[in-house]
Design a protein around this ligand. Structure first.
Ligand code: SAM
Ligand code: ZN
Length: 332
């Protein structure tokens, strides 16, 4: 009925509550309320109240959550917070957004896009970014899916091409930092976003085709629970030499990274399918250098004079080194 692109635009306008559709069309991307976020109080599905309160999600037990102006839900209950503003700070997140938007990690984004495309199995793929930060990788996935859809629509399509151009990518993201989720929502990428913890994912079981985790913490049990049987987990962590050009200016001894997949290697819930290594040199310029420092934990280990020296630097040459491990969910 709708083309892939129009459906995409329609969904984002609906999500932003710009338009009201007849009831039968109210939730075009959701087959069941179990595709919605869960209420953190009672685990019932949260359902939008389009007629009475178009910005409010409510469960059957009348717990309600208002959609923030930018279009995300804050599902992190006060009693589940260890601090007032858990997760990465506003300053760290803004530095990361500027640095990532400058394209330095494009090779990683391209590898994630390729891994998500390879994991696709059917006409609809739900992708959950765990610890999505300010949404850079979600946006990269959305742009890639729109490019594929528009290329296919622009070319003279055969019946089978038309079918594959209808492939829909449902994007979801959670992060414990409200600052991060707010910036991700501002990207307007037609993703369902919530502030919550990866240790208590606000989704029903067996809902997600592909989970992505980039430099973020992960719960093996929770990730396996929300993934469909045979669903994929794309786990990105630092290679041993990641940012060695930066750390050489901060630490006296080199500190090789240990990676972040130790628990997964022993987990019965996941089997390793593929490993991809990305290692290349980048040249970071101007104020991007201090943004790079601020988006990493090295910032807290650096002395004020080192920060000042990095602020004065014109160019910084460094390796970027990523390990991507792709796992399959063994839960059935
Ligand atoms: C290093 S950043 C990576 C962000 C993003 N994946 C990226 O690569 O740009 C780690 C992220 O994990 C988030 N985080 C930390 N603990 C978390 C938790 N328990 N649940 C969800 N997110 C968490 C932080 O707020 C931060 O945005
Ligand atoms: Zn509830």
């Amino acid at each position: 009925m709708f083309s892939a692109i129009n459906r995409c635009k329609l969904w984002s306008r609906l999500f932003a509550s710009e338009i009201t559709l007849p009831k039968a069309f109210a939730y075009p991307a959701l087959r069941s309320t179990r595709d919605n976020f869960k209420c953190p109080n009672c685990d019932q599905a949260l359902i939008l109240q389009p007629e009475t309160q178009p910005q409010t999600y409510r469960c059957n037990n009348q717990h309600s959550f208002d959609l923030a102006r930018e279009g995300y839900l804050n599902l992190l209950l006060a009693q589940n917070k260890r601090s007032r503003n858990p997760g990465d700070s506003d300053e760290m997140i803004r530095s990361r957004q500027r640095f990532l938007n400058a394209g330095y990690y494009q090779p990683l984004a391209d590898a994630i896009i390729a891994a998500v495309a390879k994991a696709a199995n059917g006409t609809e793929q739900s992708v959950l970014d765990l610890g999505c930060g300010e949404g850079y990788y979600l946006q990269q996935l959305r742009i890639a899916s729109q490019n594929v859809a528009s290329q296919k629509l622009a070319s003279k399509t055969t019946a089978s091409d038309t079918k594959s151009s209808n492939q829909t990518l449902k994007l979801l993201g959670i992060d414990i930092s409200k600052f991060a989720v707010r910036l991700a929502a501002k990207r307007k990428i037609d993703a369902r976003l919530a502030v919550d913890s990866v240790y208590n994912i606000p989704l029903f079981e067996n809902r997600i085709d592909t989970a992505v985790s980039v430099f973020s913490p992960i719960s093996i049990e929770e990730t396996a629970r929300v993934l469909k049987p045979q669903g994929k987990l794309i786990m990105v962590g630092p290679g041993a030499e990641h940012l060695s050009g930066l750390t050489a200016l901060i630490y006296e001894q080199s500190l090789p990274h240990g990676g972040n997949t130790e628990g997964l290697e022993k987990a019965a819930q996941f089997s390793l399918l593929e490993q991809i290594e990305i290692k290349q040199t980048i040249v970071v310029s101007g104020s991007d250098i201090i943004d790079l420092l601020k988006m990493t934990p090295y910032y807290w280990h650096s002395r004020p004079e080192q920060q000042e020296m990095l602020t004065q630097l014109d160019k910084l040459e460094t390796l970027i080194h990523f390990n991507i491990n792709i796992y399959q969910n063994q839960n059935s």
